[in-house]
Design a protein around this ligand. Sequence first.
Ligand SMILES: [Zn+2]
Length: 451
Amino acid sequence: MLTRIDCAHLLTADEHQPYVPAAAVLVRGDAIAWAGPGAQCPATREQADQWLDFSDKIIIPGLVNTHGHSSLNCMRGASDAGDFTQWAGELKAYTSDLTPEALHFGNLLSVMDMLAGGTTCICDCTRYGIGGLSRAAELFGMRSLAGGLANSPELRTDGQGNWDDIVAWCDAADICPDRSTLVNVYIGAHSPYNCTGELLKTAHAQARQRGLLFVIHAAETKAEESTILQRYGMRPIPWLHSLGVLDENTLLVHSVWLNEEEIALISHCGCKVAHCPASNMKLGSGVAPIKKMVRSGITVGLGTDSMLSNNSLDLFSEMKIASLVDRITYGPDCLDNRQLFHMATIEGARALRMDRWIGSICAGKKADLAVLNGYHPLGYDEQRLLSDLVFYMNRDSVYATMVNGTLVYRDGRFLLQDGEAVREQAKRYFEESEKYRKLLHGEAREKGDRK
Ligand SMILES: [Zn+2]
């Protein structure tokens, strides 16, 4: 099927044709067949099988979220306390023992939240219920790269080992080596402090053997730095390097506490970075040296992190926050609006090693698009549009979302599933569940940590 989409402004994140006013995009099946000025479009509205008239709207590539924990969505606001350590301690009661239903509703609600906010791909992390996000994303038509974060029970007393579950899920998954499919898989490890060196090496080797991305939280907090220094006599990045787990297929999440040598090492190894500025600030973790990383040639994408540490999945806000924290840190020599827009699109796709298929709008890529409402009293040109994307717009600006050539969200409604029904079912589940009634009414806090 050939679909012609007309729009007022097209921002492609593709260097050959970054901005086109009065544009058209042709979509054949799941892929973009052509994009450019509407007047030069090789297919008229009549020749196309379907015409989508977005001629008063803006089209950008679907946003790419490089880090989230979707299954925890329902516990939003369970703790907004202090720094990372306080926050993580307070959350144990809420996150260590979630029921399969709570994980399932968390995944569904996160997917809905992201699609309604123009995000078409998520790199999602979980310790339990591995594969749940992929199923939820598939139901609503969203693209995903999902996997489990292995952890060592001897180092993480509130959890259980999950390595066997991760391997079993990978064995069962239908893995597409070039990541062109809607459902994609990686292998991850939680962090240097929650995993033994042996587990990190095993997880990385399995990822490499299967041609998968290796994902790990790294250098997130000062506390992590002192723990690793104390245990191994090395800082987190040199320690990971000594284990041989840093390479071009490694995605480092957060990467806040880095010195110049470590930035050079990450760049040399070809690792990618998921930058989560709102989460880093909410948990008081620190300011990641993003500009230094970008200037060292490191690919940096944006991530929201979880509903517990952000508490939003809005990548428009993330662009703005990334810019603000960069400006307050580095002054006028800061990242420009185009760089921030690219971190939410093509650079995010590069960080996930999916840029062959997503992240920009050009012929041959998958048709993952976000359609936006926008108004500027002076009208839009490229500069004003980039400025509005970073500083003025937010998830409410999204009118429609297309993934893999299918319109999955439009004007407040999900087109493949009944979103309202999911919200109602989730609400009813938590109302009727004795366990959560107690937990959410604060009894768990009185009792202290639960296993
Ligand atoms: Zn995380």
